[in-house]
Design a protein around this ligand. Structure first.
Ligand SMILES: [Zn+2]
Ligand SMILES: [Zn+2]
Length: 347
C-alpha cells in the first residue's frame, strides 16, 4: 500500500515564511508585500519583522490569502559589528537568527523580549502595542543561550526556524549545539541576492545526521531594498509549498508541524510516497533527481541536457539510511528539496 508523505488531497499553498516590512526595516508595507506575493501565486506570507509580533489578520481573504503572525529574533556574538549602517554586507562576528511563527492566530505574546535592545528600523514605534511575558530577557550567544531561546519559542506555541547560517557566519561548531528548532533555512533569497552562497543543504544534512528532526525551508527574508523589477530584488525567489486541506490558520500551521510541505526555488514536487521499501517521487520537468540519506548511500536519476526527467524511485535501506530526502534540480540549477522521510516513519 502506498504511504504518502505529501497528502493526496487538499490544496497546495505557496508560502513565504520570512519577510520584513515597514514595521521594522523593510521598504514595503504589509499591504504592498501581500499584493506582490499574490501576483506571483502565493497565498501565504508569514510577516516576521525584527522583534515585533503583530496580528496581520486584517490582510486575510478567505480562500485567497492568509497572513501568519511571527517575528525574527537575533543574538550576537560578543564583538559583533556592523548592521548599524543598514548595510547587511558590512560587519563581522557571528550571530544567530531565528524566526518564530505563531501556531495560533491569537498568540501575540513575544518571548525573549528586551525593551532596550534589538530595535530595527521603525520597530520602536510599535513598542506600545507589543505584548511580552517579560521585557528584560538577556539573550546569550552560546549553544545553551540559542537553544534556550528556541525552547522558549517552541514551548510558547511557535514554529521555530534557524535562519541563514551562511550570512550569520555559523558553521558546524556553532549550529551542531543548537537544539529545539523545527526547521532550517536551506535557502534565503535576501542573503543570496547580496552575494552569499545561502544554499544550506550541507547544514541540513549535518543536523539530520546528528539525529535532529528538522525540516527544510526556502524563504525570501525580503527587505525589498531594490526595486521589484531589479534582478537583485529579494522577493519571490524561494518558497515552501504547504499541502493541507484548507487555507486556514491552524490547518496551515498543523501542516508545518507535520512537515507536510517542500521547499523550492523553482521545481515542483508533485507526489512523494513509499511502497514496498521504495521511495517514489513525481516532479515538474527536471535535469536531475537525487535521493540523499543519512548514510553513504544515495541515488540519482538524470537526463541529458536537452531532455528531462519527471519521476524517480529509490530502494531504501531502513537498517542504515536513517532518513531519505529528495532534491530536484532543473535545467537552470534551481532546486526543490523535500522534507526527510525518516525510516521509523515507514509502515
Ligand atoms: Zn536574519
Ligand atoms: Zn530576516
Amino acid at each position: 500500500m502506498k504511504q504518502f508523505f505529501l497528502p493526496e488531497s487538499g490544496g497546495a499553498f505557496k508560502a513565504n515564511l520570512h519577510c520584513h516590512s515597514t514595521v521594522s526595516d523593510g521598504r514595503l508595507t504589509v499591504e504592498e508585500i501581500k499584493a506582490q506575493y499574490m501576483k506571483h501565486g502565493y497565498s501565504i506570507v508569514a510577516f516576521t519583522d525584527h522583534d515585533v509580533l503583530l496580528s496581520h489578520a486584517d490582510l486575510n481573504e478567505p480562500g485567497r490569502f492568509l497572513a501568519l503572525n511571527g517575528y525574527e529574533m537575533e543574538v550576537n556574538e560578543q564583538g559583533f559589528t556592523g548592521l548599524k549602517s543598514g548595510d547587511l554586507t558590512f560587519g563581522s562576528g557571528k550571530t544567530a537568527h531565528m524566526c518564530l511563527v505563531a501556531l495560533e492566530p491569537d498568540n501575540l505574546t513575544q518571548v525573549c523580549y528586551n525593551k532596550d535592545k534589538y530595535i530595527w528600523g521603525n520597530a520602536k514605534a510599535f513598542i506600545p502595542e507589543l505584548k511580552f511575558d517579560r521585557d528584560d530577557y538577556e539573550r546569550v550567544y552560546s549553544h545553551e543561550g540559542v537553544s534556550e531561546m528556541m525552547r522558549l519559542g517552541r514551548e510558547h506555541g511557535f514554529f521555530v526556524t534557524y535562519n541563514h547560517p551562511t550570512w550569520s557566519m555559523e558553521s558546524w561548531p556553532d549550529y551542531s549545539g543548537y537544539e529545539n528548532m523545527h526547521a532550517v533555512e536551506i535557502w534565503n533569497t535576501g542573503c543570496e541576492r547580496i552575494g552569499y552562497d545561502e544554499y544550506n543543504c550541507h547544514c541540513f544534512d549535518d543536523l539530520l545526521r546528528q539525529g535532529k528532526r528538522v525540516y527544510a525551508l526556502a524563504t525570501d527574508d525580503n527587505h525589498n531594498g531594490q526595486p521589484l523589477e531589479s534582478p537583485l530584488d529579494d522577493s519571490c525567489g524561494g518558497w515552501v509549498v504547504i499541502r493541507c486541506e484548507k487555507l486556514e490558520y491552524r490547518c496551515v500551521t498543523d501542516a508545518l508541524l507535520r512537515g507536510s510541505f517542500y521547499a523550492s526555488t523553482g521545481p515542483e514536487i508533485h507526489d512523494l510516497w513509499a511502497e514496498d521499501g521504495v521511495l517514489h517521487v513525481t516532479t515538474s520537468p527536471a535535469h536531475r533527481i537525487n535521493f540523499i540519506t543519512g548514510a553513504r548511500h544515495t541515488g540519482s536519476v538524470g537526463a541529458h541536457r536537452s531532455e528531462t526527467v519527471c519521476e524517480g524511485a529509490f530502494r531504501m535501506d531502513p537498517a542504515r539510511d536513517g532518513y531519505v530526502r529528495v532534491e530536484v534540480i532543473d535545467q537552470y540549477g534551481e532546486r526543490a528539496v523535500s522534507n526527510p522521510v525518516w525510516m521509523d516513519q515507514l509502515k
